[in-house]
Design a protein around this ligand. Structure first.
Ligand SMILES: NC(=O)c1ccc[n+]([C@@H]2O[C@H](COP(=O)([O-])OP(=O)(O)OC[C@H]3O[C@@H](n4cnc5c(N)ncnc54)[C@H](OP(=O)(O)O)[C@@H]3O)[C@@H](O)[C@H]2O)c1
Length: 238
């Protein structure tokens, strides 16, 4: 379903982005990797997949425009790069808010703005934003991260309407996902929440990757403006 498609996955040096890159490659896609920095993880994955990579800060609009202009047109964009700052509301500084919103929201906007004009010229394209179950009010907590991920859900709907019929824009909202990085940050509370999850475990990044690539590909050709939750039933635990 993605054979021969040029797929740019932001934040694909590790975690969900890296799993999505591996799966897209196995589907025959031409994968373009991305990281903020030219990390060992990014270089290792690029060698493993035989895929090129680009590095830029998604929050730096000028760098995003410059780096993406140098690439061939992209068929599928997965806006996966993101950060989280986990502090009580009164301890979150304006700098914390700026970092989270600039990376998660403006980063998604910046990369989309750089990619969309050539998708419009091609009269086709598919974009997937990565939100989180924290973007919905029923999983309250982590105010800055949650607000940024909620913004992506409405951004998905707005962009889908504006760029139809040529570009589909959808969103995936993962629940707790076990990556090398996130696992280190899990607290007792996280483990308790995972225990409350009806499926009784966290997601593996490969399971989130399957949902992302389904939404990205032609099998979801009639889907746009939608956010899919994939959280082991956490949202419906009652
Ligand atoms: N893991 C979870 O439980 C979970 C749950 C819900 C939603 N999500 C969302 O899923 C996405 C991936 O999560 P993950 O846990 O796999 O992430 P991760 O392992 O922390 O990896 C984050 C990726 O984003 C890149 N990145 C971070 N800030 C960037 C910036 N300013 N500019 C460019 N790239 C930047 C990192 O690049 P470097 O390697 O160069 O730093 C890295 O490739 C995120 O949007 C996250 O919010 C994750």
């Amino acid at each position: 379903m993605l054979k021969g498609k040029r797929v740019l996955i932001t934040g694909s040096s590790r975690g969900i982005g890296a799993a999505t890159a591996r799966l897209a490659r196995s589907y025959g896609a031409e994968v373009l990797l991305h990281g903020q920095t030219e990390s060992q993880e990014l270089k290792k994955l690029a060698a493993e997949l035989g895929a090129p990579y680009v590095c830029f800060d998604v929050a730096d609009a000028a760098a995003v425009q410059r780096e993406i202009a140098a690439l061939s047109p992209i068929d599928v964009l997965i806006n996966n790069a993101g950060i989280s700052i986990s502090k009580p509301f009164l301890e979150l500084t304006n700098q914390d808010w700026a970092s989270v919103l600039n990376t998660n929201v403006l980063g998604t906007v910046n990369v989309s703005k750089a990619v969309i004009p050539r998708m419009l010229e091609q009269k086709s394209g598919s974009i997937v934003h990565i939100s989180s179950i924290k973007g919905f009010p029923h999983t309250a907590g982590r105010a800055a991260f949650a607000a940024s991920k909620a913004a992506l859900i409405t951004l998905t709907a707005s962009m889908a309407k504006e760029f139809a019929p040529h570009i589909r824009v959808n969103c995936v909202a993962p629940g707790f996902t076990e990556t090398e990085t996130t696992k280190k940050e899990w607290t007792e509370r996280t483990y308790a929440q995972i225990k409350e999850t009806p499926l009784g475990r966290a997601a593996q990044p490969e399971e989130i990757a399957e949902a992302i690539l389904f939404v990205a590909g032609e099998k979801a050709g009639y889907m746009t403006g939608e956010t899919i939750t994939i959280d082991g039933g956490y949202s419906v635990r009652g």
